[in-house]
Ligand binder design. Structure first.
Ligand code: FMN
Length: 339
């Protein structure tokens, strides 16, 4: 029976366990140039030392104006590749696999002079009103995603994750609330599908593509699991191999849409997408109790589990989980005495 420490293989991605470090923005770029620094190096490499199966580098944007803040990572220039490569090589040296989340913040680009979006609808009164992309600019944006994925592959990643969740650009196109376009991109899945196809065209044929989606919107009138199953079907058809199931991020939380705050609150969404779309999924959201994370895998609710804030607290979360669950895992020889 599968458990948190059983191996996992999908296409060329071979993981030593089912533990994922999900993308988490560090807002720590020093020179506003999108290039990782020593903070990022230590942050990611320490989670590899800590035994994580798959590390996903934080939201990394396809153009400068597509960042949440000027302190976010980017892959809009070849000059950015070598420092990512240095992190990726070191993570590999310590036995983990690594991917990167490729993204554009759209209307949630807080430091952009004029953010861009599918339509001119601002996120909230605290945010700038975005400018709607022209049809040609949307096609240009797909190309920017393509080039960022090309650079990620050059840097040596094992997988790529597209950010289609949390109210950022891809999500803005796939939601009725933020996509009021009248051109061909009024079709809610069209932008996402084209980005997926562009990403795949740059990835080796056997490298799996992950896509993060918000499977449920929390705002009044937002989409729910029924719609996100259809969305996932279209994205799977376009080339997504694994879905990373999150929720929300598109605006003010409505009373009816308020998520639970209990452990594993997003697991039912992951389980439902896995079942209805017949696709591997990563579950995330308050899963940092090892017995719970292990049960999610053992009960077949998800293929992988991601531990976010738990790993901010403890880079060695995975090693400690193995110890608590009495599972075999490789502990660095320098740290054996600690276990
Ligand atoms: C500091 C911080 C930064 C985050 N940045 C991102 C991000 O870059 N991309 C993303 O998809 N989610 C991001 N998230 C969400 C996490 O990936 C994760 O889904 C969320 O924290 C829930 O999981 P947890 O309960 O294990 O922390 C971030 C979360 C935190 C706490």
């Amino acid at each position: 029976m599968d458990h948190l420490f059983s191996t996992y293989q999908l296409k060329s991605l071979a993981l030593k366990n089912r533990v994922v470090m999900p993308p988490m923005c560090q807002y720590s770029v020093t020179e506003k140039d999108g290039i990782p620094n020593d903070w990022h190096y230590n942050h990611y490499v320490s989670r590899a030392v800590g035994g994580t199966g798959l590390i996903i580098i934080e939201m990394t944007d396809v153009e400068p104006e597509g960042r949440i803040t000027d302190y976010d990572l980017g892959l809009w220039s070849d000059d950015q590749i070598p420092t990512f490569q240095r992190i990726i090589d070191a993570v590999h040296f310590h036995g983990s696999k690594i991917g990167i989340q490729i993204a554009h913040a759209g209307r949630k680009a807080e430091d952009a002079n004029v953010p861009v979006a599918p339509s001119e609808i601002r996120f909230s009164e605290a945010y700038k009103t975005p400018r709607a992309l022209t049809t040609d600019e949307v096609k240009g944006m797909v190309e920017k995603f393509r080039l960022a994925v090309r650079r990620a592959v050059k840097a040596g990643v094992d997988t790529v994750e597209l950010h289609g969740a949390h109210g950022y650009l891809i999500h803005q196109f796939q939601s009725e609330l933020t996509n009021k376009r009248t051109d061909e991109y009024s079709a809610l899945t069209k932008f996402g599908v084209e980005v997926i196809q562009a990403a795949k065209s740059e990835m080796p044929a056997d490298m799996p593509l992950i896509m993060r989606i918000s499977a449920q919107e929390y705002v009044e009138g937002g989409y729910g699991i029924k719609e996100s199953i259809e969305l996932a079907k279209a994205y799977k058809e376009a080339g997504v191999d694994i879905f990373h199931i999150s929720a929300g991020g598109e605006g003010e939380i409505a009373a009816a849409g308020r998520p639970g705050t209990h452990a594993g609150y997003q697991v039912p969404l992951a389980r439902e997408i896995k079942r209805a779309v017949d696709v591997p999924v990563i579950a995330v959201g308050r899963l940092d109790e090892p017995t719970l994370a292990n049960a999610v895998i053992g009960n077949g609710e998800a293929d992988l589990v991601a531990i976010g804030r738990g790993m901010l607290r403890n880079p060695y979360w995975t090693l400690e989980a193995a110890s608590k669950l009495n599972k075999q895992t490789d502990i660095p020889k320098q740290y054996k005495a600690g276990f």
